[in-house]
Design a protein around this ligand. Structure first.
Ligand code: FAD
Ligand code: PYC
Length: 417
């Protein structure tokens, strides 16, 4: 009988685990592509997948400076919902929600979309008015959302403390039952595998360092740490860093970058059946399938590119969560991390053409772009393929900052801004 050491067995079990071995073609860059997507997060990979699957393009590359999904896609708290206020955003996020519902089947990859419900807490009269306004707006648009009394909220999430004499009393809540979570890295891997199977080159460890333009100003190609690539069409999908990359083409964008942090507890048995968010306290929590409580804090108060958040921000969040859920008081935290989110003046994304011919933008998702991954990729692929914004993303063009037609979703962002 063959004997294996413990390490060999461990390695083998990792190999057998779906997703451990790369299931996408790890490519070297070719000299030229029809389209290059910069940024191998969920949005960039989804864009490449839909360009290939729905628009028949094949000569596509996704270039990623690190490893795919290593940016905000792999750092976020995976909340999926479409309970936004304005019609433009409702259409955008609901489009995405519908794609989530069939995504595992479409990609033949389990992205673990789990519609376990997203409960948004109201702590005072203003909160209640704002949240109820969202409920009414959503219902008018045919999006599920409902108002709950504190008792109904507690029935749905029994570990909530709804006593009246606490620091953050709960006066009501909204519940979007179709909202929930999905497995963040599975989304990147699922899109990567499906795009690769359609011939897309996914090129990791390939940082874009310059954008070359021709005499007329249009894009001509990219310089990367793995050589030059010629292309006439570039999609920038580099969350948190798009201002830096766009500046390589001489473009200044109305965005600021902030650290946003999250943390997980040690794993415990199932205690949390849904997602709970509190916008005014800047704290939210859910439980992963591994048992860890997944906790998110607010953004730092200052712009920065450091991928960690300030300690006092996390401390405030933990204090607040101990008030809302006294059961978590004795839990230990396992790890914490941060990501860089790019925030626009109206807290809505920028999707569409840029003033530079051949340069397209998909950025500004701020604290809330994970939920949009399938919809963003789907609509951005259309925009790139047709050279024209898809009607759903047309309101999210860069020109709104000139015309003033803003889509002010600051109350939907759910975390501090
Ligand atoms: P990313 O996954 O960041 O991908 C961009 C990629 O571009 C990166 O991999 C980066 O390495 C690459 N890149 C950058 N510069 C270059 C370059 N020069 N050359 C090549 N590649 C480059 N959203 C929700 O909807 N729900 C949530 O619960 C949620 N929680 C969050 C919690 C935290 C802590 C954070 C940080 C964010 C959260 N978000 C959430 C926001 C969400 O994570 C992002 O909006 C979303 O993941 C952005 O996806 P992306 O594919 O555009 O970006
Ligand atoms: O957009 O739902 C969201 C979210 C939660 C935490 C960060 N963003």
């Amino acid at each position: 009988m063959q004997r294996f050491s413990f390490l060999q067995l461990l390695r083998q079990s990792f190999r057998n685990h779906e997703g451990w071995e790369p299931q996408w073609r790890a490519a070297s860059p070719k000299a030229a592509y029809d389209v290059v997507i910069v940024g191998g997060g969920g949005h960039g990979l989804a864009t490449a997948y839909y360009l290939a699957s729905e628009h028949g393009l094949r000569n596509i590359a996704v270039v990623e400076k690190g490893w795919i999904g290593g940016g905000n896609t792999g750092r976020n708290t995976t909340i999926v919902r479409s309970n936004y206020l304005f019609e433009e955003s409702e259409a955008l996020f609901e489009h995405s929600m519908k794609l989530w519902e069939g995504l595992s089947q479409a990609l033949n990859y389990n992205v673990m979309y789990s519609p376990r419900g997203v409960l948004v807490l109201a702590h005072n009269t203003t909160d209640a008015q704002v949240i109820r306004r969202h409920v009414h707006a959503n219902r008018l648009a045919g999006i599920d959302n409902e108002w709950m009394t504190p008792e109904q909220a507690k029935d749905f999430c029994p570990i909530l403390d709804i006593s009246r004499n606490v620091r953050y009393p709960i006066v009501g809540a909204s519940l979007q039952r179709r909202g929930g979570t999905a497995r963040h890295d599975a989304v990147a891997w699922g899109y990567a595998r499906a795009a690769s199977a359609l011939g897309v080159d996914i090129i990791e460890n390939c940082e874009v360092t310059a954008i070359r333009r021709d005499a007329g100003g249009g894009v001509q190609g990219l310089e990367t740490t793995r050589g030059e690539i010629a292309t006439r069409k570039i999609g920038l999908v580099t969350a948190g860093h798009t201002s830096v990359v766009a500046a390589m083409a001489g473009l200044r964008l109305p965005m600021e970058s902030y650290p946003l942090q999250a943390l997980v507890s040690e794993p415990v048995k199932p205690v949390m059946p849904c997602v709970v968010m509190s916008n005014s306290i800047h704290a939210y929590m859910s439980q992963s399938d591994k048992g860890e409580l997944v906790i998110g804090a607010g953004t730092d108060a200052y712009t920065s590119y450091s991928q960690r958040g300030a300690l006092h921000v996390a401390q405030h969040t933990l204090d607040a969560l101990c008030e809302l859920f006294p059961i978590v008081r004795r839990l230990r935290m396992l790890r914490s991390w941060g990501g860089i989110v790019d925030v626009t003046p109206d807290r809505s994304p920028i999707i569409g053409k840029s003033p530079v011919e051949g340069l397209f933008l998909n950025c500004g998702w701020g604290t809330g772009g994970f939920k949009a991954t399938p919809g963003s990729g789907h609509l951005f692929a259309h925009t790139l393929a047709k050279n024209e914004a898809h009607p759903i993303v047309a309101p999210f063009g860069l020109d709104r900052f000139r015309t003033g037609a803003l889509v002010d979703e600051s109350t939907a962002a759910a975390v501090a801004h």
